[in-house]
Design a protein around this ligand. Structure first.
Ligand SMILES: [Zn+2]
Ligand SMILES: [Zn+2]
Length: 321
């Protein structure tokens, strides 16, 4: 009979670690049919990330990798794992955070990220979207999350170039990629995001080192390494758009490792398109960033915000309890 305990907020059981053989508190990894102690789990996690990076030639000797960090469990786990891997794989690691101009929430978020980067020993660049005349709120047909995503995507390219990064890393997880693919399939688009997008159009190579890693492993890695995670919910967060993820969790319960197998099947079934950028690109008429339209998304958004003062109820974003 196994006794469950909570160590560092992670559910552990008493047992024998499959790798080092110690009888101690262990973490059950049903996805991989493994039971590991705290120390062996950290090595296991880092090896998984390293294998994904090597398999897809994401980064290596001499690369300058800019990692987008939000302070949440996924990018925090990746920050600390990549720091260790940078030493053995020979790349340089930089962190990039966007202050999203959502009042106290964004200020506390920034404080948390500064602390994490300090603990990890990784140089941090901060970009405040408010300085660029941008806000996260509904715009025309776009909801706030879509606006936020577009801002972050564009700025990530721009800032990575400014920082001289050869590689841009994001913390998209197995669930993120699966969800995106599944939503595409529901509208008969047969497309799976790839672990690597090659450099093009003055854009650095984009990589997703956590593409094969389930989210719960990221949280366990942070907890078991005693890394603080920023857990306050974004003031713009809504359950819509996240509920589909539960479908995969049910599947995983019935079939351990089902999520990973499903993603691998999708990747086999739908070959990568030749060009993943949205149509032909040309320089934005104002800022020169590559875009498919006259003005890039950032320039369009800053025009839109400049013509409208912030709505009162959209102004102070207090923290949710
Ligand atoms: Zn062990
Ligand atoms: Zn522009």
């Amino acid at each position: 009979m196994e006794t469950t305990s909570h160590s560092h907020g992670v559910e552990m059981v008493q047992g024998r670690c499959r790798i080092c053989g110690d009888s101690t508190e262990i973490l059950r990894l049903t996805e991989f049919n493994l039971k590991l102690c705290r120390h062996c789990f950290a090595r296991f996690f880092e090896r998984r990330v390293r294998r994904a990076m090597e398999k897809h030639a994401m980064a290596g000797e001499g690369d300058r990798v800019a990692l987008a960090v939000s302070g949440g469990k996924d990018s925090t786990a990746l920050l600390f794992a990549l720091k260790r891997l940078s030493l053995v794989m020979g790349f340089e690691l930089l962190a990039l955070h966007f202050h999203l101009n959502m009042g106290e929430y964004s200020d506390l978020n920034l404080d948390a990220v500064i602390k994490q980067a300090g603990l990890a020993g990784v140089p941090l660049e901060v970009v405040r979207i408010g300085d660029l005349g941008l806000r996260v709120q509904r715009v025309k047909g776009w909801n706030a999350c879509a606006v936020c995503g577009a801002i972050k995507r564009s700025l990530l390219n721009r800032e990575a170039r400014r920082m001289g990064a050869t590689v841009v890393a994001t913390a998209h997880t197995l669930e993120d990629v699966l969800l995106f693919t599944f939503k595409n399939l529901l509208s008969r688009k047969y497309y799976v995001p790839r672990p690597v997008l090659p450099a093009s159009d003055h854009l650095a190579r984009k990589v997703k080192p956590l593409v094969y890693t389930p989210e719960r492993l990221n949280l366990a890695y942070c907890r078991l390494r005693d890394v603080p995670v920023f857990e306050a919910k974004c003031p713009q967060w809504t359950p819509r758009g996240h509920s589909l993820k539960e479908v995969f969790e049910h599947m995983e319960e019935v079939m351990p490792s089902g999520k990973l197998q499903l993603l691998l099947s999708f990747m086999d079934a739908f070959p990568a398109p030749g060009d993943e950028s949205e149509g032909a690109r040309r320089p934005c008429a104002r800022c020169g960033e590559p875009t498919a339209q006259e003005l890039c998304a950032l320039c369009q958004l800053s025009d839109w915000f400049a013509s409208r003062p912030p709505l009162r109820e959209e102004r102070p974003h207090g923290l949710e309890p």
